[in-house]
Design a protein around this ligand. Structure first.
Ligand SMILES: [Cu+2]
Length: 120
């Protein structure tokens, strides 16, 4: 019986954590790093969120919500480069080094964003 109780407490803890993450994602002013998967979009010719803070070793996935193609290309030209992302397409980048990665869309250079890679 004790094992079952621990199981349910664990489930509640997981649900609580998911709920907190869902709330924090809409708060750009005080970003809270997610643990493993970070979701961003390209929407209305903008990266959203424009600055995303992620944990070292975690993965960030951009989804192109526009009807036109975009890219996710690091300004340094070497950290990551998606190539063309078709409408509804995705691109993922796993952060293996700390720092701020400035990036842009090579098709529309005014689209710019930052991935901040931090430890907990
Ligand atoms: Cu673009």
């Amino acid at each position: 019986m004790k094992a079952i109780k621990i199981f349910w407490v664990s489930c509640l803890a997981v649900l609580f954590t998911i709920g907190m993450n869902a709330c924090s994602k809409s708060n750009d002013a005080n970003p809270t790093p997610a643990t493993t998967d970070n979701l961003a979009t390209i929407q209305g010719m903008q990266f959203m969120p424009a600055t995303i803070t992620v944990l070292l070793g975690s993965r960030t996935t951009w989804t192109n919500m526009d009807a036109t193609a975009h890219t996710v290309t690091s300004d340094d030209g070497t950290s990551f480069s998606s190539g063309t992302i078709s409408p509804q397409g995705t691109f993922s980048f796993t952060a293996t080094q700390l720092g701020s990665y400035h990036y842009h869309c090579s098709i529309h250079p005014t689209e710019q964003g930052i991935v901040q890679v931090v430890t907990r």
